[in-house]
Design a protein around this ligand. Structure first.
Ligand code: CU
Length: 161
């Protein structure tokens, strides 16, 4: 009787053990699927992420170079008997120069023949002059409207580096 009981017990353990191994097989498959799911997704974002970051950095660099090369220089200038303030303007070649000139006494003019500038304006009137400093050198700018005894001496210097 004891032997049969032992055999039954052994059989039941066997069945349980077999059932146990049958259960562990699908579990390991699930574990593999989980492991695959964990290992595969991180790879695509890292591959797609780095070229996108590089592209953004490249466009930023291009944007910086274009802004530095296309510089706009704005100058507020006063014209009065018999001088321009400031009397010397210094810019770099390729700069767009914007001069906002106002007369504080009588009618004056501002001419820079090398850059096709020739404007005249009355007292209190402000004129906006714009040109591209497309050649290097020192250029004389002067009053183009007879304004008194010192008119001929009313001039300044534009330096393009
Ligand atoms: Cu003048």
């Amino acid at each position: 009787m004891k032997k049969t009981m032992l055999l039954l017990a052994m059989l039941s353990i066997f069945i349980l053990a077999c059932g146990g191994t049958q259960k562990t097989a699908p579990e390991s498959q699930v574990e593999k699927q989980i492991l695959d799911a964990l290992t595969t997704p991180p790879a695509p974002p890292s591959i797609a992420g780095t070229p996108a970051d590089d592209a953004v950095q490249e466009t930023e660099v291009v944007a910086d170079t274009t802004t530095t090369s296309a510089k706009v220089v704005e100058i507020d200038m006063i014209a009065k008997q018999f001088e321009f303030i400031p009397g010397v303007i210094e810019v770099n070649e390729g700069d767009t120069v914007k001069i906002h000139v106002t007369s504080t006494d009588v009618a004056h003019g501002l001419a820079i023949p090398e850059f096709g500038v020739r404007e005249s304006f009355d007292k209190g009137e402000m004129v906006d002059i714009e040109f591209v400093a497309d050649k290097k050198g020192e250029f004389n700018f002067f009053c183009s409207v007879p304004c008194g005894s010192g008119h001929r001496a009313m001039s300044g210097t534009l330096i393009v580096n």
